[in-house]
Write a protein that binds this ligand. Structure first.
Ligand code: AHR
Length: 518
């Protein structure tokens, strides 16, 4: 902490934070991840095979597992994405050399040999100490196929599927707390209308049964970005009795939302490492959109489900850029810069603010695809931790903590970018758990630092420490040759006087402040 006695700048925006008024719990599951059979995510990223030179446990990379364990990943979504609606789970069980192959038509027509299937995924989750979130096939599968997969995974006692699982070497059932009823059923998952999907989802979800002690949160396919009609139809259909809002919702417990951030648009995504300052700002305007989307979808959900029994699961989010030059366009491999880190930190603040409705989220995707916390070098096999990884590390204290609202007394700095609304340049959130408070602060301003004041009330602060993630250039990133360009460092440019914490955020930076309460 800086020791100067100088009075805080009166111009610095001030927020009141009542440390003794905890809000809702920020579910650790909003820090979830996503691994699809796409490009080098599963094969190369997680799974290199037992004979690889890369250290592994049963073919699963030890370094990647250790890195993900260090950020406490709470859940992992698999096998897709679009892949899920062409995946037939029985192809991925039994002796590996007898498994049939298929063509991964969504992602480059590569041959999928099914060597990574149900048992390998569940083993990975056990090694990661994370909870599986499996997405079933609605688009090209059957109700019976989905029902039998759940039976195979989770049924104790005697059944044809439990017997088959045992014959394949797994005696005990697994626990599967989350199950998706198809993926993007409005697009790659079947091109359905919301009315058609709503009827299908009820039918499929009915047969995704709770066996023994396994209790499943069934996640129906929700809208893409701002398709509010999809949410409306799904919710209207789900909640059986509009006039008795306390009624239990129908056969699923959550709906999903997918929203990606681009520099301009899906058609004009922009490059990961080459962008102008104007494009930097444009990207953050797009990233802030998540806040509006969650507000509008939640408002629709509130109309049908005022007691918030149905969760919103943002099971695909993140930055989507053009692929790295020279890589397969269908593999969605992209670099990850300081800009990606700030997209992540901003988005987590937004999720924290919506934690009454948002029960889970999955960053797309875990390794080597889209906004990955982990990359692996195709030549050397070396693992690289990206700037996004460090945001997940620095934000770990928010997992299952109680939100502390920041009540802004003054206007936060904005920039007129020519968009409909000015871009808010600073974002912040805080939470408390076990006598400690974690505050996350992002400065999206590419040029200037900003000072903020937090008026901490209700409890005494007895200790503090802080970290910063920033870099010399806006597009700084980590590579196999230079893996530590963007890494967290100790931060001291803050002071606490008379319970007011004053902090100056350098341009383009993410700061976390950890406070100990007396
Ligand atoms: O994450 C990549 C793809 O994006 C997923 O497969 C699909 O669900 C989405 O369109």
């Amino acid at each position: 902490m800086r020791t100067t006695e100088s009075a805080p700048s009166p111009q610095a925006p001030r927020a009141v934070v009542n440390l003794d008024v905890p809000g809702p719990t920020i579910s650790r599951h909003i820090y979830g991840h996503f691994a699809e059979h796409l490009g080098r995510c599963i094969y190369d990223g997680f799974f290199v095979g037992k004979d690889s030179q890369i250290p592994n446990v049963d073919g699963l990379r030890t370094d990647v597992i250790d890195a993900l364990k260090a950020i406490d990943i709470p859940n992992l979504r698999w096998p897709g994405g679009c892949f899920a609606d062409e995946y037939h789970w029985r192809d991925g069980i039994g002796p590996v050399d007898q498994r049939p192959t298929m063509v991964n038509t969504n992602w480059g027509d590569v041959v999928e040999d099914n060597s990574f299937g149900t048992h390998e995924f569940m083993h990975l989750c056990e090694l990661l100490e994370t909870e599986p979130y499996i997405t079933g096939n609605v688009g090209s599968g059957t109700v019976q196929e989905m029902s039998e997969w759940v039976d195979y995974l989770t049924r104790d006692g005697d059944s044809p599927m439990a017997r088959l699982r045992r014959a394949n070497g797994r005696e005990e059932p697994w626990k599967v707390p989350f199950f998706g009823i198809g993926n993007e059923s409005w697009g790659c998952g079947g091109n359905m209308t919301p009315q058609t999907y709503a009827a299908e989802a009820r039918r499929y979800a009915t047969y995704v049964r709770n066996h023994g002690g396994n209790k499943i949160t069934r996640v129906a396919c929700g809208p893409n970005t701002d398709d509010y009609q999809w949410t409306d139809v799904l919710m209207r259909d789900l909640v059986d009795c509009a006039t008795c809002p306390k009624a239990e919702p129908g056969p699923y417990q959550a709906i999903s939302l997918h929203h990606y951030t681009f520099t301009h648009s899906f058609q004009d995504k922009g490059q990961a490492t080459r962008f102008s300052t104007a494009e930097w700002y444009n990207t953050f305007t797009h990233a802030w959109w998540m806040d509006e989307l969650l507000t509008h979808h939640s408002t629709i959900m509130d109309r049908y489900d005022p007691y918030r029994k149905v969760g919103l699961v943002v099971d695909e989010w993140g930055a989507w850029w053009d692929v790295e030059p020279g890589t397969n366009p269908a593999f969605l491999y992209q670099q990850n810069t300081l800009r990606d880190a700030l997209i992540a930190s901003l988005t987590f603040d937004i999720f924290h603010r919506h934690s009454e409705r948002v029960i889970m989220a999955n960053l797309a995707q875990t390794v080597n695809v889209l906004q990955s916390p982990v990359l692996t070098d195709p030549e050397t096999g070396q693992m690289i931790l990206t700037p996004t990884y460090y945001v997940l590390l620095m934000n770990k204290g928010h997992h299952d903590a109680r939100r502390l609202d920041l009540h802004w007394v003054d206007e936060l700095p904005t920039l007129d970018t020519g968009a409909t609304t000015p871009l808010q340049l600073v974002s912040a959130s805080a939470s408390g758990k076990d006598g400690a408070v974690l505050t996350s602060l992002s400065n999206l301003d590419a040029r200037d630092s900003h000072t903020l004041r937090l008026d901490l009330r209700g409890q005494e602060v007895t200790g503090s420490s802080a970290q910063i993630l920033t870099a010399p250039e806006l597009n700084s990133h980590n590579t196999a040759q230079a893996p530590d360009v963007v890494v967290p460092a100790a931060f001291t440019d803050y002071q606490l006087a008379d319970s007011v914490l004053t902090v100056t955020l350098p341009r383009a930076s993410f700061v976390t402040l950890s406070l100990t309460l007396g």
